[in-house]
Design a protein around this ligand. Structure first.
Ligand code: ARG
Length: 588
């Protein structure tokens, strides 16, 4: 079975056809303004919006459009000053349930509108030799969710983990290693990257305190960039230890990133001279106080003077800007991207504006390619300040996940459960880690949010744990049905003629909106819309389950229909949780 058209889209089609029949262009092409309604399933105010231009009264136009609505499972009435109320036939609603269940690959009837487009998603991008901390949470979790949703809708998604593995810091680190340790921490599995954190701190201290060391560190950068063998060998060890530690964390977090997605800053090193030359030759970059810079009329500092995008620094080294220009060109030319998303915190907004503008001027970014900086706010403490440990350090991501798992254990401790000890451990981990990810995704991306672990693992409210429980509850109903069923499994045979309870209607309409909300997430790049949808779905299910007995339904027919509705709800919850990057355990 194939993709299923959502009933709202169907209503829009039928309304648009009626408008084409009764209205002249361009009025006939206007948005039919179909919205969910409290008075019917949907309502359209289009007659009120267009009557004056159409030279008619709203009520008369509404009547005309109503009469012109042909085909489609709708009953339309006109009310008030000219509202069109649309009610979907019961049969059609039950039909949607079976059609969505029958769609292969558990796609639930959702189409693949993004097929044929290639989308680069740049996310996570931690820096080598530093441990991932709370500041890396949002980019990793939001970027991964977007990659999943875009991929599900058919896009060819190219994940890019732009590791910070280049630049002046490495001179300092390698020089310190050479003078103090001779070798990098062993690149063994399990090597704690916190050792590297310690190294970073010590090297930084020496760099700031000792100007002679600082000078040797700068020489070391030159050696690294020139490809000096011993220097490069140490650098490679640092990269290896860090990359391995990052991967352990990605696996634990359940994000899609693998070593194959690494697109590190260093990989563009050989292109940087060419970038500087091309920009200079085109007159786009100019010398300024010994550095090579690009200026923009519309980007100025507090003093009104244009701010520089520094392509090459005074000391001749290249930095973040040059690398990002090379990266962008690579994504356009070699990766043939149609759309490039940079999931990076809001503080880098100016950097990306400058990089995009410079690339456009240089002809590296054609208008056919859409580049978007997808910014996000901070994770804060209750006082609104950056989230820190008691001692004022940045919170390591691994430590934060440990805390979340412990909190989930405590929160679920007195829930009755017949799981084995191992299963229980797995569920607690899924709940704890899911709680952190969900809390991050559920707040609107642009806002800061307060990190509150107890609230995150709460069993009530808009939390990951609540939704995971909602899913497990649906599965347990289905499992109980299977046990009482004579044959192989729960009947998901739908009888469209069966009566339809109002709570069933609400649930079916909610399920039917899944594809539309995914399309919204893909267009607006806002995962919290999917969270809001999921929470409303869980609520619609609770209301349905409270009002409509399933296992003890009045008739075999109703029981079958309701089990099908449970199955579709369970599958939709599981799919949505997966697209958010959360596990959906069958039992909890
Ligand atoms: N490593 C950078 C940081 O920690 C993030 C990289 C984002 N991606 C990019 N193409 N600049 O700030």
């Amino acid at each position: 079975m194939a993709q299923v058209q959502a009933v709202k889209a169907h209503a829009e089609d039928v309304m648009s056809a009626a408008m084409r029949r009764h209205l002249p262009a361009p009025l006939s092409e206007a948005d039919p303004l179909v919205r969910p309604s409290e008075h019917a399933d949907f309502q359209s105010n289009v007659a009120l919006a267009l009557a004056r231009q159409a030279g008619s009264s709203p009520r008369a136009l509404a009547e005309e459009l109503r009469a012109g609505m042909v085909g489609g499972p709708f009953t339309a009435t006109v009310s008030g000053p000219g509202f069109l109320n649309l009610t979907v036939d019961d049969r059609a609603l039950w039909g949607l349930v079976s059609a969505r269940l029958a769609h292969g690959g558990r796609r639930l009837g959702v189409g693949s509108p993004l097929t044929g487009s290639r989308i680069v998603v740049d996310y996570s991008g931690p820096n080598i030799a530093k441990e991932m901390h709370v500041g890396h949470l949002r980019t990793t979790v939001i970027g991964d969710c977007l990659a999943r949703v875009l991929g599900f809708l058919g896009a060819d998604v190219v994940r890019q983990n732009h590791l910070g593995d280049w630049g002046t810091n490495f001179g300092m680190l390698i020089q310190y290693l050479q003078e103090h340790q001779q070798h990098a921490p062993a690149a063994e599995p399990g090597t704690r990257v916190s050792e590297l954190d310690g190294l970073y701190r010590a090297a930084r201290k020496a760099f700031d305190a000792d100007s002679e060391f600082a000078e040797r560190a700068r020489q070391r950068v030159v050696a690294l960039q020139a490809g000096d063998e011993a220097t490069v060998a140490l650098w490679r060890q640092l990269v290896e230890v860090s990359t391995r530690a990052f991967q352990l964390l990605y696996d634990r977090l359940g994000v899609l990133l693998t070593p194959a997605d690494v697109a590190a800053e260093s990989s563009h090193n050989p292109e940087l001279d060419g970038i500087a030359e091309a920009l200079t030759a085109a007159g786009i970059a100019v010398e300024s106080e010994g550095a090579l810079c690009v200026f923009f009329d519309d980007m100025t500092g507090a003093d009104g003077r244009p701010l520089p995008l520094m392509v090459r620094k005074q000391d001749g080294g290249y930095g973040y800007a040059a690398t990002d220009l090379a990266t962008l060109r690579h994504r356009v030319v070699d990766l043939a991207a149609d759309r490039i998303l940079y999931v990076v915190d809001a503080r880098q907004a100016l950097h990306f504006r400058m990089v995009f503008a410079a690339a456009r001027r240089a002809g590296w970014l054609p208008d056919t390619v859409e580049v978007v900086h997808v910014p996000f706010g901070m994770v804060t403490a209750p006082d609104g300040k950056p989230f820190k440990t008691r001692s004022g350090d940045t919170v390591r991501l691994s430590q934060l996940l440990d805390q979340a798992v412990e909190a989930a254990r405590a929160a679920t401790a007195d829930k009755p459960s017949d799981l084995s000890a191992t299963e229980r451990e797995r569920v607690v981990a899924a709940a704890g880690i899911g709680a952190v990810k969900y809390a991050d995704l559920a707040t609107s991306r642009a806002k800061n949010y307060v990190f509150d672990i107890d609230e995150m693992v709460s069993l009530n409210g808009n939390t990951g744990v609540y939704l995971q429980y909602a899913h497990a509850r649906v599965r347990s109903i289905l499992a109980r049905a299977a046990m009482t069923e004579a044959s192989s499994g729960p009947a998901v045979e739908v009888v469209p003629e069966a009566p339809l309870h109002p709570a069933e209607r609400v649930l079916i309409l909610q399920l039917d909106g899944f594809g539309a909300v995914l399309a919204e997430v893909a267009a607006e790049l806002e995962p919290h819309r999917l969270c809001g949808y999921l929470f409303a779905l869980a609520k619609a299910f609770t209301d349905f389950y409270g009002a409509c007995p399933v296992l003890r339904a009045e008739s075999a027919e109703l029981r079958g229909n309701r089990l099908a509705l449970c199955a579709l709800t369970g599958d939709t919850l599981a799919r949505a949780l997966d697209l958010l990057g959360l596990q959906a355990p069958e039992r909890m």
